[in-house]
Design a protein around this ligand. Structure first.
Ligand SMILES: [Fe+2]
Ligand SMILES: [Fe+2]
Length: 431
């Protein structure tokens, strides 16, 4: 059972499952661990972390006299009505606050249409040049030539500049890939995603070059995979999978033989398919042995892969991809994943939100006119405290309707939000 509690309720012996706040708000390198002594609790209390989630199946339980803020894993699915009604009957002061984040206007609304069009042109040029440079570099590697990272430096700078102005522009363009250019454009996308995430996490600008280059070169080992396997439609057999799984090591070998490759780039290349629970490849390494850069890369890599058209799978939309990735336990670092979601400004399908007309709604997709704005389905009026028959609202088109905040389902009495959201989504909207 997972329980969200105040940091002040922590006791030695409890197992920390997660801490609220960004990566830099808490003093520990790992996000999941057993609290061995009081000094660790003191460290947490002196940081910005005010709420934590403990896993009672892996450590000491919360004493019966202490009340948790929320119970996050219910044994059975519960529908929302009785609990939500109880929460809604509370006075305004007692009602839960939206603590996850107030929703900001998308960045690109600040650009005029003309400025935006100019940025789109510049980003297209950057992508074209980057794709050509990555292709040439992969070709060199295929012929046994050493990689010259200095050639890529100006491109990383241009990608970084574009990401800084508005990440949605370059990411939108790089998402559309033909089969032949997938590997090259995937490298450009992962570079842009890594830089965008690194900025969100507060990395200094001087590290952006290495982080971006790690994204550009992470899959260079794919030059050693025959095209018949890389672009094969349909399922791969076991021996073909072995060849695919070998690409991090092959890439690492290529980069080790090249001059001027930093440790960050080498490590990301070798470890980007490792998973937090030790089930990844090639090393089956557990979280404790995975650096922050590797953890960032594995998120960016998977996100780009599943939002792109690939030989064997249809692409997911951005919000579907985030919802899907969120459900894979043990794969990603959860804190970095939260920063990643934030860095894209996209709300995953199934996210609980509050609208300006005092309604609770659920994210069901992204607006075709603006992919950082969601389409939501309203399902409960806070004014009448009653469920309402769902209406689908494209917030990119209906300007009078605004998203006010992302809400924590536990705060609104949804202990099993996945069950509840499935219930809301299964009902057809009123219009
Ligand atoms: Fe890879
Ligand atoms: Fe990749």
């Amino acid at each position: 059972m997972l329980r969200k509690i105040q940091a002040s309720q922590l006791e030695p012996g409890m197992f920390i499952h997660s801490m609220e706040g960004s990566w830099f708000d808490h003093p520990f390198w790992r996000s999941r661990f057993l609290l061995n002594d009081e000094s660790q609790i003191e460290q947490i209390l002196s940081s910005d972390v005010t709420r934590v989630t403990i896993d009672e199946s892996r450590g000491k339980k919360l004493s019966a006299s202490s009340k948790p803020l929320a119970v996050l894993a219910a044994e059975e699915a519960k529908v929302y009505t009785p609990k939500l009604a109880k929460v809604l009957k509370q006075s305004a002061q007692e009602r839960p606050r939206s603590y996850l984040r107030e929703v900001a206007e998308p960045v690109f609304n600040r650009l005029t249409p003309r400025e935006r069009a100019a940025e789109v042109r510049k980003a297209s040029g950057t992508i074209k040049r980057s794709r050509a440079a990555v292709m040439a570099m992969f070709e060199d590697a295929r012929h046994g030539k050493a990689v010259k990272p200095r050639k890529l430096a100006p491109l990383v700078k241009q990608i970084s500049r574009s990401v800084n102005i508005d990440p949605t522009i370059i990411l939108n363009i790089a998402r559309i890939k033909t089969k032949d250019e997938y590997t090259y454009l995937h490298s450009v996308s992962v570079c842009a995603l890594m830089i965008n995430l690194a900025r969100k996490m507060g990395f200094p600008e001087r590290q952006m070059h290495d982080i971006g280059l790690a994204g550009l070169l992470h899959d260079i080992g794919k030059t050693c995979i025959p095209d018949s396997i890389l672009s094969k439609p349909g399922k791969l057999d076991a021996s073909e999978w072995d060849v695919i799984r070998n690409h991090p090591q092959r890439g690492h070998e290529i980069l080790t033989e090249s001059e001027g490759i930093s440790d960050v780039v080498l490590e990301v290349c070798l470890r980007h398919h490792e998973k937090m629970d030790g089930t990844g490849y090639p090393g089956k390494l557990f979280a404790d042995n995975l650096s922050i850069f590797t953890r960032m890369a594995s998120i960016c890599d998977v996100y780009d892969a599943i939002t792109s058209q690939r030989p064997y799978n249809a692409p997911l939309s951005a919000s579907e991809a985030l919802a899907e990735m969120m459900s894979w336990s043990g794969h990603f670092d959860q804190l970095i994943f939260c920063d990643f979601v934030d860095s894209l400004g996209i709300l995953p399908v199934g996210t609980l939100v509050r609208l300006n007309q005092d309604e609770l709604a659920i994210v069901i997709g992204e607006s075709p006119s603006n992919y950082s704005v969601p389409i939501v389905r309203s399902f409960h009026s806070l004014e009448t405290d009653l469920p309402i028959s769902g209406k689908d609202i494209d917030l990119g088109r209906e300007r009078s309707r605004k998203l006010v905040a992302v809400e924590d389902p536990a705060d609104w009495g949804f202990p099993d939000w996945s069950g509840t959201s499935a219930l809301v989504l299964s009902k057809s909207p009123a219009g």
